[in-house]
Design a protein around this ligand. Structure first.
Ligand SMILES: C[S@@+](CC[C@H](N)C(=O)[O-])C[C@H]1O[C@@H](n2cnc3c(N)ncnc32)[C@H](O)[C@@H]1O
Length: 369
């Protein structure tokens, strides 16, 4: 189900899902707990948003003073560019003196908060000023690029179908950021090198790695987790380069010997760990089965990154595809292909019951000395 949802989310229409207030609040609080001044004096840009009803804009405008922000900018993408048919402007827009029936469809909008416009002595959501952008609000446009360059921190849930481009757009400008993406993006060639070098990491995250988003178009949630008007997406994470406390808490782990005796995982208990055939590392099928005392390299599931503490482990590389080839994972013997059609150069494998097994994407790590 989750993978089908993800595949669907790749089409433009399925990029239209909106983040819950409580998810934003929980994540942003993690950065504030670590550094209460993380936003002080900063300009925050919320691109790919829909400020009229986005919870990102609401959350940051409401907390403008508490966070000590210098300026909040939020931009939206034009309806026409979104290729949405069933749409009409909100009352907020049509009743505004700035309403323009032509621009309403074709132009993006910009909301700015940096002054006490109503003179009530407070900076808050009431002081947001809006206008149409000159263009459609595409994050790749010069107009939005200039806003990116002005900002210190970029925060949003970008369209999943453009995640690679969006991520590169932030990195090329060297900005701080907190953005939502799918955990599969960890393995993208545009993303993984930054994770390996500890320039980018995962945020606090969603409980159980899944959450509901508001969606006008889809209702994929199954009966057990059905919420009207919402889509449930699993495997979602926050990518960031702002520090938080969880990433400095080492994982409590058992020794290899204890894992073999006590592990709750039947693949490990009484069996031990498989060694890859084409790379000098052992396979760790579950993050909580990492042996605390193993000195060599280990292949761990990518969900390890939810628990990754850079003081405890170092990331060596990715045991998968082209990045696996670059890491030095040896090509497999072509005769083995008959036994496992899914094998590709760069993928790790071990032998089980005489046949090659390619585990799901592994990150290669090693205990810090
Ligand atoms: C996943 S939604 C998230 C919206 C909002 N940030 C939130 O989480 O509540 C992504 C938004 O990006 C917009 N979008 C799609 N392509 C875009 C582009 N090229 N430039 C800017 N925004 C885009 C979509 O229309 C959509 O409103």
């Amino acid at each position: 189900m989750a993978n089908t949802n993800l595949a669907n989310a790749k089409s433009a229409k399925n990029d239209e899902f909106y983040t819950q207030y409580q998810d934003i609040q929980k994540e942003i609080n993690a950065y504030l707990e670590y550094d209460p001044n993380v936003f002080r004096g900063k300009t925050v840009l919320l691109p790919c948003d829909d400020p009229e009803w986005s919870n990102f804009t609401k959350f940051f405008a409401q907390n403008f003073e508490a966070f000590g922000l210098k300026k909040l900018i939020s931009t939206s993408y034009a309806v026409e560019s979104k290729k949405i048919k069933e749409w009409k402007p909100t009352l907020f827009e049509t009743e505004s003196p700035y309403y323009d029936a032509d621009k309403s469809r074709t132009n993006g909008k910009i909301f700015v908060l940096n002054e006490d416009t109503n003179g009530d002595g407070r900076f808050n959501i009431e002081d947001l000023q809006w206008s149409y952008l000159n263009g459609d609000g595409d994050f790749r446009s010069d107009e939005v690029k200039a806003l990116r360059d002005e900002a210190d921190i970029i925060i949003t849930n970008p369209p999943f179908s453009l995640f690679r481009e969006f991520f590169s757009w932030i990195m090329e400008a060297g900005k701080k950021f907190v953005i939502i993406g799918h955990q599969n993006a960890i393995t993208y060639k545009e993303v993984f090198p930054y994770i390996k070098s500890n320039e980018v990491w995962l945020g606090l995250g969603f409980s159980g790695g899944a959450t509901h988003f508001f969606s006008n178009y889809h209702d994929f949630a199954t009966a057990g987790n059905h919420i009207e008007g919402m889509i449930r997406v699993s495997g979602v994470v926050w990518f960031t380069n702002i520090d938080h406390g969880r990433r400095h808490e080492p994982l409590p782990l058992m020794t290899m010997e204890d894992n073999i005796i006590y592990s709750k995982h039947k693949e490990v208990r009484g069996i031990g760990y498989k060694h890859y055939e084409n790379y000098d590392a052992i396979d760790i099928p579950y993050t909580d089965a990492i042996p605390a005392d193993y000195e060599g390299e280990m292949g761990v599931p990518k969900t390890f990154l939810d628990k990754y503490c850079p003081e405890q482990f170092e990331i060596i590389g990715l045991g998968h595809g082209n990045l696996g080839v670059a890491l030095g994972i040896k090509p497999y013997d072509r005769a083995l292909k008959k036994l496992n059609q899914g094998m590709r150069d760069g993928d790790l494998f071990y032998i089980e019951n005489g046949a090659p097994v390619v585990p799901y994407t592994r990150i290669i790590i090693r205990k810090k000395q």
